[in-house]
Design a binder for this molecule. Structure first.
Ligand SMILES: C[S@@+](CC[C@H](N)C(=O)[O-])C[C@H]1O[C@@H](n2cnc3c(N)ncnc32)[C@H](O)[C@@H]1O
Length: 265
């Protein structure tokens, strides 16, 4: 299935799309995705009305820039040479010193070129991922225009997931794709620029239950986790497998067992 995402993003659900679409509700009002990242499912579904959120301001800025002026983003992308020197310069610039189209082009280019498509920041909040061994194809002007048309009827929210879903109503489809629990010890670096702690997961499950009782169609995807299956035993649990897009060194990439849990049958 073709991935229409603009960003290359660790944790992208592009490879899980056939399973996610299989378990989509047949009809829904608005599409709400509070952990949007590269928005793989949103671009595949092409909903007529949507709310997209992420706690990472750089991610939301990319979609705002494309929503406002896709040509300015395309021009900014065109001005970037495809080499390591450009990567080093862009990585060292604080995004706040650029205008919105330039910030969007910077993140799109860094993600297409960085090691394994990982977004990670240091303690000062600065992107610190080294360059990978190739630069993946950057979005064309036509792809940015298409994304612009899709984003026109979409509200963008830079916030924690709980705020993004607050306006969800009965009949809305809410897709929850939180970060997976990190493996290994915390070393002061932030995957996705934020930490998704065990407390965040507990809060997310409470929010998911509230959304279900409001009458929303809730879908949650996560790596296979016995505790999660236990907590959501009264939901509909589906098993899927997908080759992880990013999992450290390429020799460790393998098919992972994934869960797709829905509040509806
Ligand atoms: C697994 S990724 C989502 C991937 C997305 N479904 C895709 O296909 O690209 C999780 C996303 O959640 C965001 N995030 C982390 N903590 C968050 C929070 N508390 N509230 C909202 N978004 C958060 C991260 O910035 C990241 O983009």
């Amino acid at each position: 299935m073709k991935d229409h995402s603009i960003l290359r993003w660790s944790g992208s659900k592009a490879r899980l799309l056939p399973s996610l679409l299989r378990f989509a509700p047949q009809r829904f009002n608005r599409y709400v995705e509070p952990f949007v990242g590269s928005a793989a499912l949103y671009f595949a579904v092409q909903p007529s009305r949507a709310v997209l959120g992420d706690v990472n301001p750089e991610v939301i800025d990319v979609y705002r820039a494309i929503q406002e002026n896709p040509h300015a983003v395309a021009d900014a992308l065109d001005s970037i040479p495809h080499d390591r020197a450009a990567y080093d310069v862009l990585r060292s610039i604080a995004p706040g010193h650029l205008d919105r189209p330039q910030r969007a082009a910077r993140l799109i280019f860094l993600m297409k070129s960085c090691f394994n498509g990982v977004y990670r920041t240091n303690r000062s909040g600065h992107f610190n991922v080294p360059m990978g061994n190739r630069i993946y194809a950057l979005p064309t002007r036509a792809q940015l225009e298409l994304a612009h048309h899709r984003l026109r009827a979409t509200d963008l929210v830079c916030s924690d997931f709980e705020t993004t879903v607050k306006t969800s109503k009965s009949g809305d489809w809410v897709y929850l794709d939180p970060p997976y629990k990190p493996k290994g010890r915390y070393r002061g670096e932030f995957g996705y620029g934020a930490r998704f702690t065990d407390e965040c997961m507990v809060r997310l499950l409470e929010v998911a239950r509230k959304l279900r009782s409001k009458g929303c169609f809730v879908m949650l995807s996560y790596k296979y986790d016995r505790d999660l299956v236990h907590h959501l035993a009264d939901w509909h649990i589906h098993h899927a497998s997908a080759r992880r897009s990013v999992a450290g060194h390429s020799i460790f990439r393998e098919s992972e067992r994934e869960l797709i849990v829905t509040s509806y049958s």
